[in-house]
Design a protein around this ligand. Structure first.
Ligand SMILES: NC(=O)C1=CN([C@@H]2O[C@H](COP(=O)(O)OP(=O)(O)OC[C@H]3O[C@@H](n4cnc5c(N)ncnc54)[C@H](OP(=O)(O)O)[C@@H]3O)[C@@H](O)[C@H]2O)C=CC1
Ligand SMILES: O=C(CO)COP(=O)(O)O
Length: 335
């Protein structure tokens, strides 16, 4: 089905973590009231009374007239034309479970960077298969974009991905702002997988830093991670794409280097000697790379791409292998 987003399309955001909150901040600055599905009563009450999310990005104050938070998922979706998904991938099904209103007549944009566990599908594939949307009705918003910086107005570049360039521009208009630059792409498969893989690579970087490796080695590790990402995309879904641009390489770099990165932080804890279980318990936010390491391994059984870095992360996270020994072995495979 050909789906055209109208100029007056209404947006709604599903989720109330840090990225969802930063996204609502961008959309709300652009005019129309933003629907917002917030199932947590404490967060909902605070947004309605005080215009703040008490759990995430608490310093961001919303004009209460610009947001419409609600715990009624059906009502939020019914009133929207563009539905933006911004939950961690592991909880997406759980968040969408109460939905009885069809999504088929909406445009769905995923801001999620992960695989739906259990189904081993990307969010785009999952929405296509389970909600009956055509791939032309699904898009992505991605790029190097930590919520903390976006919400504080630090210059950030986002990439909107969807098949139809006109729809991509309409979505871009909603995210646009003084400190947001936009790019466009039609590579749904490549950009979505790049955003998933970079989380695994940032975990490997955190592990290396925690083990005491220096900047020289990190540069080698990240250069090899960029190569591994490109190899996976080229071998699993060949297309004309330039993986040197922000949506692929840029997002990999920011996640590997930024102190805001949740994935890097999880790796750091493990590199410092925490068990995987205690490192996960220490995290106050979700590190998608933990789930992705298992899902990508499973998906790669089909493609059989050589992925030594992703394999190393999997062995440390899921097989109880020694981080030090695995990293040492990996050093012999990098160029
Ligand atoms: N943060 C960022 O800078 C960016 C994140 N993204 C992507 O956005 C997506 C959302 O991430 P982000 O906003 O960072 O996530 P956060 O860690 O900030 O938020 C987590 C959200 O998930 C809920 N949650 C946590 N644990 C559970 C659980 N066990 N069961 C059900 N719900 C749970 C939390 O609810 P509660 O508080 O009630 O526990 C909260 O709403 C991810 O795919 C991420 O990769 C993309 C770009 C930037
Ligand atoms: O995707 C992100 C930045 O672009 C966020 O990465 P982390 O989840 O590692 O913080």
């Amino acid at each position: 089905m050909e789906y055209k987003i109208g100029t007056d399309a209404r947006c709604a955001v599903i989720g109330y973590g840090s990225w969802a909150t930063a996204i609502v901040g961008l959309l709300a600055a652009n005019g129309r009231r933003v629907g917002w599905y917030v199932r947590n009563p404490e967060v909902l009450e605070s947004l309605c009374s005080d215009g703040r999310n008490p759990r995430y990005l608490n310093d961001l104050e919303f004009d209460r007239n610009s947001i419409a938070p609600s715990s009624d998922l059906d009502a939020v979706v019914r009133d929207a034309d563009i539905v933006i998904l911004a939950t961690p991938s592991a909880y997406l099904k759980d968040f969408l479970a109460p939905l009885t209103v069809p999504l088929r007549d909406k445009f769905v944009v995923s801001a999620i960077k992960g695989i739906v566990p259990g189904d081993y599908q990307t969010v785009v594939e999952y929405i296509h298969d389970h909600y009956g949307l055509s791939y032309r009705q699904i898009g992505l918003v991605t790029g190097p974009s930590h919520a903390e910086e976006v919400s504080r107005g630090k210059l950030s570049y986002l990439t909107v991905v969807c098949a139809d360039p006109e729809n991509a521009r309409r979505i871009g208009e909603r995210f646009a702002g003084e400190n947001i630059r936009l790019s466009y792409s039609a590579d749904l498969y490549g950009v979505e997988y790049a955003a998933i893989l970079k989380n695994i690579y940032a975990l490997s970087v955190g592990i290396a830093v925690g083990l005491g490796y220096g900047d020289n080695f990190l540069a080698v590790l990240i250069a090899n991670a960029a190569g591994e990402m490109t190899r996976f995309l080229e071998e699993s879904y060949p297309d004309e794409r330039n993986t040197q641009v922000s949506a692929y390489l840029g997002d990999l770099l920011v996640t590997c280097y930024s102190t805001y990165s949740r994935n890097r932080r999880l790796g750091l804890l493990i590199g410092h000697g925490c068990t995987v279980k205690s490192a996960l318990n220490e995290m106050t936010m979700v590190a998608e790379g933990y789930f992705a390491a298992d899902c990508i391994r499973h998906i790669n059984f089909r493609h059989r791409v050589d992925m030594p870095i992703a394999d190393m992360v999997y062995r440390v996270l899921y097989e109880g292998a020694s981080a030090r020994r695995c990293m040492q072995e990996l050093t012999t495979k990098l160029i």
